[in-house]
Design a protein around this ligand. Sequence first.
Ligand code: URA
Length: 257
Amino acid sequence: MKYHIKLSREMIKTAKIAILPGDPGRVEKTAKVFNPDAVFLASNREYTSWLTEISSNKILVCSTGIGGPSLSIAVEELAGLGIEYFIRIGTTGAIQPFIKIPSLIITTGAVRLDGASKHYAPVEYPAVADFDITSALIQGAKTTGVPYYKGITASSDTFYPGQERYDTYSEYVIKDFQGSLEQWQKLNVLNFEMESATLYTVASAFGLKAGCIASVIVNRTKNETPDDSVLAAAEKDLADAVKSAVEHMIKTEGGND
Ligand code: URA
């Protein structure tokens, strides 16, 4: 039994693919989009897990909580149970004016604005997605009919200063991050989120495979907070895209070997 996620090999059966939302509240819904007969496995702290199935392949859905530290625990423990493919699904704030809402962003590489990845590999080590998972996510995004973009994500440990937000308690952002949003825009970064840098670094360091797809819920060039109406649709697009991506992965390389 793994320390935090409270899962064992017996519980996850033959699953090799894990879908990783940040939010425990999204696990059941995502698992049931794959298969209405999905089963609850465990819940401890931010880690809620359900086992689902598609084309006779077991798929684990396990939440990671927000940010790199809690995600790194999930990836460590899931890797120890035999998971080889990690697909993060989440929400994101776009920083390029051309990015629409609703839309999906597939992260090909992440700017390492986190701390956890530095405990696994030095800063020179790249945070890059697995090519095959990324291709599958592109196929999946195409089936939803909403626009999708692929490219670099700034992946920050903090939601507020690291993403240069001033609508905060102190209304202050330290010098290191002042002007950073504009800098990332000029460097063709598409968006901010909080887990892909850790996920990609840890997965690559372990010789495992990872990808990330996120629903755009806000465009920071227009506003700072999302409309509630956007959130439900964003969740559905994401679940549909990842289901289709996993079907593609299974067809092309076999999810459970
Ligand atoms: N998640 C983030 O990290 N940033 C946003 O703006 C929205 C979702």
